[in-house]
Design a protein around this ligand. Structure first.
Ligand code: ZN
Ligand code: ZN
Length: 333
């Protein structure tokens, strides 16, 4: 896997020092030349706690941002949070066999679940990229058990044909707020967030005294801020449109107000939480034929009206190592 770990590297130590190449190009807070030095001059932190953004997109089927999905590796555990379009492709780019991960769902919107049949069934294949011999383990909000049972019905013809049968079984569990998983020193806590009227959750993952919080899909949420206190890294969704679009489109106004967090709102939460690093993912950037979607420069400058701390604009295969310091790497796609 090490051979895939190149491109840029920066280490974030405490507040005020930040950011890899993309965020710098996009105009975020600029660290000193030393802090942004080349990969060869910076040692990655020694840690077995790592987060990789597998997909940073939305339902929009764009080729540069796959569907929402985040990998958390902690010691021997490989946990995937949401399984949007092509999360399997990203996992295998990391040389992680699909059959070795456990899946957690923030909510049941299809952009977060359409990759599940692929992860489940391709993960069974007796080839290096598959290798599952145990049941496929899935945790999600109410409705997850039913969805997985229905998927088994949908793929009945395939399941009948395949041999051997080990690795096809599904072990699904519906959860409510609280600790949903605790194994091998890793604790996963689910907390309610505010995503229109949908039963939706964020997650806090704790390991060896460090933690990462995933916002899930949410508008501003006191629950998120409360659960993120003391977290090293906060990975947050964001949604925005240019004022001209909001002026003319009630649908855009409604979607952003009820489902998502604006850059200013996310920035306010980052300021209250004060993580070692804040990272954006799941970019709901609205536009139409006349009014283009906002740029990353606009996203960053709007965030900077409410937050001055370390910030990364996420991209697929952005990796964050979490230890006594937080290190960011961009893995070649
Ligand atoms: Zn959603
Ligand atoms: Zn979503």
């Amino acid at each position: 896997m090490t051979t895939h770990w190149i491109v840029t590297l920066s280490i974030v130590v405490g507040i005020g020092v930040s950011s890899g190449a993309r965020a710098l190009r996009a105009g975020s807070q600029r660290p000193s030349p030393e802090a942004a030095g080349p990969a060869s001059s910076a040692e990655p932190s020694v840690t077995d706690f790592r987060v990789v953004l597998l997909g940073t997109g939305t339902p929009n089927p764009r080729p540069d941002r796959f569907g929402p999905s985040t990998l958390v590796e902690a010691g021997s555990e490989r946990l995937v949070f949401d399984c949007g379009r092509s999360c399997t492709t990203r996992l295998w780019q990391l040389k992680i066999p699909l059959g070795t991960v456990k899946l957690f769902l923030t909510h049941l919107h299809s952009d977060h679940t359409v990759g599940i049949p692929d992860l489940w069934l391709t993960g069974w294949l007796r080839l290096p990229y598959g290798t599952r011999t145990e049941p496929f383990m899935v945790w999600g909000p109410e409705g997850t058990v039913a969805m997985m049972a229905n998927l088994a019905k949908a793929y009945e013809a395939d399941l009948r044909i395949r041999q051997p049968k080990q690795g096809f079984a599904i072990a699904a569990k519906d959860f409510t707020e609280g600790v949903v998983y605790q194994e091998n020193g890793v604790r996963v806590t689910a907390f309610n967030v505010s995503h229109a009227d949908i039963n939706a959750f964020g997650f806090r993952i704790d390991y060896k005294g460090h933690s990462v919080v995933l916002s899930g899909d949410t508008r501003p949420s006191e629950s998120l801020v409360a659960h993120a206190r003391g977290a090293d890294v906060v990975i947050h969704e964001v949604g925005m449109a240019r004022p001209e679009l909001l002026d003319k489109s009630e649908a855009a106004r409604q979607l952003l107000a009820t489902h998502h967090s604006s850059p200013e709102q996310a920035g306010e939460e980052f300021s209250r939480i004060a993580p070692k690093l804040a990272v954006y993912t799941h970019f709901t950037l609205l536009g139409d034929k006349q009014i283009p979607e906002p740029t990353m420069d606009e996203l960053i400058s709007r965030t900077r009206t409410t937050y001055r701390g370390p910030l990364e604009v996420g991209e697929d295969l952005l990796a964050i190592s979490i230890g006594d310091s937080v290190a960011v790497q961009r893995i070649q796609r």
